[in-house]
Design a protein around this ligand. Sequence first.
Ligand SMILES: Nc1ncnc2c1ncn2[C@@H]1O[C@H](COP(=O)(O)OP(=O)(O)O)[C@@H](O)[C@H]1O
Ligand code: SF4
Ligand SMILES: [Mg+2]
Length: 360
Amino acid sequence: MSKLEKAALGEPAVAAPSDTDGAFLSVRDLRIHFDTDDGLVKSVDGVSFDVQRGRTLGIVGESGSGKSVTSLGVMGLHRSARAKVSGEVWLDGQELIAADPDDVRRLRGRKMAMIFQDPLSAMHPYYSVGQQIVEAYRVHHKVSKKEARKRAVEMLDRVGIPEPDKRVDGYPHEFSGGMRQRAMIAMALVNNPELLIADEPTTALDVTVQAQILDLIRDLQKEFGSAVIMITHDLGVVAEMADDLLVMYGGRCVERGPAEGVFSEPRHPYTWGLLGSMPRLDRDETDRLIPIKGSPPSLINVPSGCAFNPRCPYADIPKDNVTRTVRPELTEVGERHWAACHMGQEQRERIWTEEIAPKL
Ligand SMILES: Nc1ncnc2c1ncn2[C@@H]1O[C@H](COP(=O)(O)OP(=O)(O)O)[C@@H](O)[C@H]1O
Ligand code: SF4
Ligand SMILES: [Mg+2]
């Protein structure tokens, strides 16, 4: 019986993965490819990770590495005819890729919610902010409109919108960019989602507001034991928030592990580059930032070897041209810590300790 047929009969198409430690979210070999006029775009190409309740996974990587597409995939928001999605997404014991889209839709809001980079993509222009939060709340709670409105005002207050009892009747276009961002966050958090995906939630906000929003997410997590995925290019946010870290490059995971391990003993040349090139809240010597040379690979016609090869200062170290022809797989480099590089472990340890770490 095919996966589809099994799903149609309501049977799980595949068995839940056994190596998850009871994670709330387990993603296995997720692939999201887009059929475009220019060719097949392999935006996400075999990504796996787990997120436990009460914990935060940080996803980092340059623009275009597949972070947003990964999160939209988890939310089941890639059902267009041009998106080819495969792999498994297990949320609290339920597999979502093969599931009925209506079932997945019912999970959105309460079981999982997402804060987008761009609030306008999440808010409807013709309804007041309050109406939208009330609607989002009433989908999952049998309460009167009056009660839901009270909840909306309370949420707007919690995300730091002044005079929330007045602003609740405003329309998205009447809000400034920062206020609109907060209103969208209020909408995403209104149902206390068990999984929250925050995609660059604070990029457009100033530092003070950013800190407030991160506090709010932390409070939600503490109060309800939510699992959080924090997508950001700010390593300071990750250092502060994330328990685990996933580094993406060219639609793949090149390194993942406990945040502490990845920060203190990174084992992939791309991660070294990121650490040297990304701003950190906890470090003000921005003059020492060294950008990674070159640009990320095109996700159409991805090269057969290591995708980082053209930009990697160490590409010639692994022998026999292997980095140009063979894709490196993730191998264990520490406790729960994985990296995908052909270079020998000891060599990487040596380069990190002697050449990279002293300069950071
Ligand atoms: N609907 C789509 N159709 C075709 N390509 C897409 C689509 N959505 C995203 N992509 C491509 O997938 C790649 C990864 O995008 P994205 O996940 O948004 O990157 P990130 O969030 O890491 O900046 C990009 O090259 C982007 O152009
Ligand atoms: S496999 Fe080769 S090119 Fe890729 S990161 Fe490792 S050393 Fe660099
Ligand atoms: Mg993005």
